[in-house]
Design a protein around this ligand. Structure first.
Ligand SMILES: [Zn+2]
Ligand SMILES: [Zn+2]
Length: 425
């Protein structure tokens, strides 16, 4: 008997790790199927159908095609609160290089018409499998809880639009607005068997800006007859960093990265434009606004200073909104996790500037929290820490979750959290 199992038995917590064992072979099968059949964002048709069929077989009332390929499964079980459990379904345009026997060989046509390889490199296959495991355990043990379980399979997380699309399709109007929302995201830095949490701001606002600066082209040897947009762009790139270092409260996180800069064709030709692509990260809405407004202000003012013939073109693509983990709910759930997977397997994680559109479900006034589910093979994680050589991260072609322990832990944890929120009288 494992120490974790002993502990949960001692505390009488449900579920015990042993409760997952009868389900596990089927969950492993589901995981492999999902992993071998990844679909790109907005193309999650077969994945959605697979999940919908399984939920239906478990007795859920299932509605497909909610905000694209989104699936909603409802299981009512007496009076009590409603808990939303969210899993995301999309894969990434990455060619898998893990060498696993069940590695994805899938190719698909992306929205630009290019044929690309597809891989579940962000672990959404793990999310769906643990989610289905929790749905299975809860539907088979209805005496353990009272209330409504709302299973949400979300499309298009990787492009930051799926959660918004499901909410716009009436997720909180066609069905009851949930009292709580929960999710996992895999994390290869954390050993499998362990779950970490962040109370408060956990993931950032993500905005993408395409900025075009205009000049007047001409011969490289006759700069006085031109307006050089390359020099203008260089000024803008440096000035943008002052928004972070000089204008923002140093205690408030924010990042501006110019990730791409393109202009010109040849050394002796001054081009007529330079295009910059910028990512902007923040937590608070007011910081986000100050950074976005500041980028526009600097681009316009530097263009004037450079005698640019035209105002810059600034195109902002809304990315994902920041994720705020409700602190009260997070602490309450962390205590439950300690009971079902053992206190030593639960701990805090740091806020990061990555993005996740799960935050949308909480923005609508629902206490929500997303946990980091460890998927790193424990010895490999220890070795990586000792050597300073990180393991392949999410979005890497080498990302290979330690699926057995991670899925088992995720199912016990998610089920235990729901059982606590929907505690039977
Ligand atoms: Zn991702
Ligand atoms: Zn992801």
């Amino acid at each position: 008997m494992t120490p974790t199992l002993l502990l949960s038995l001692a505390l009488g917590a449900w579920p015990a790790p042993a409760d997952v064992e009868p389900l596990y072979p089927d969950l492993e099968k589901l995981y492999v199927e999902l992993h071998q059949n990844p679909e790109l964002s907005l193309q999650e048709e077969k994945t959605a159908a697979r999940l919908a069929a399984r939920l239906e077989a478990l007795g859920f009332k299932v509605t497909p095609r909610v905000g694209g390929h989104g699936v909603v499964g409802i299981l009512e079980n007496g009076s009590g609160p409603t808990v939303l459990l969210r899993a995301d379904m999309d894969g990434l345009p990455i060619e898998e290089q893990t060498g696993l026997p069940f590695a994805s060989k899938v190719k698909a046509v992306d929205k630009g018409g290019a044929t690309v390889s597809v891989m579940h490199a962000c672990g959404h296959d793990v999310h769906m499998t643990t989610w289905m495991g929790a749905a299975t355990l809860l539907s088979r043990n209805k005496e353990k809880w009272r209330g409504t379980l709302m299973m949400v399979a979300q499309p298009a997380e990787e492009i930051g639009s799926g959660a918004r699309a499901m909410l716009a399709a009436g997720l909180y109007k066609r069905w009851k607005k949930p009292d709580y929302a929960l999710a996992f995201h895999v994390n290869p830095e954390i050993p499998s068997g362990r779950i970490e949490h962040v109370a408060g701001w956990a993931l950032a606002n993500v905005d993408a800006i395409d900025l075009t600066l205009f000049g007047r082209g001409g011969h490289g040897a006759r700069p006085h007859e031109t307006v050089d947009p390359v020099v203008l762009a260089a000024r803008v790139v440096l000035a943008l960093q002052t928004l972070v270092s000089r204008e923002k409260d140093p205690g408030e996180p924010g990042v501006i990265t110019v990730g791409s800069i393109h202009g010109g064709t040849k050394s002796n030709i001054i081009p007529d434009r330079v295009k910059l692509q910028i990512t902007v990260r923040s937590y608070k809405d007011e910081v986000r606004k100050a950074l976005l407004d500041g980028i526009a202000r600097i681009a316009k003012a530097e263009s004037v200073a450079a005698r640019s013939p035209k105002e810059p073109l600034i195109e902002v693509t809304d990315g994902t909104p920041a994720t705020y983990n409700d602190p009260t709910l997070t602490q309450r759930m962390a205590a439950v996790l300690g009971k079902v997977i053992g206190d030593r397997n639960v701990g805090p994680y740091r806020p990061i500037m990555g993005g996740e559109d799960f935050g949308e479900f909480g923005r609508a006034g629902v206490p929500a929290t997303i946990f980091w589910l460890g998927v790193g093979e424990p010895r490999a994680v220890a070795k990586a820490k000792a050597s300073g050589q990180p393991l392949p991260s999410i979005h890497s072609p080498f990302m290979a979750p330690d699926r057995g322990p991670a899925i088992r832990t995720g199912v016990v944890a998610m089920t235990g959290m729901v059982a606590e929120l929907l505690r039977a009288p």
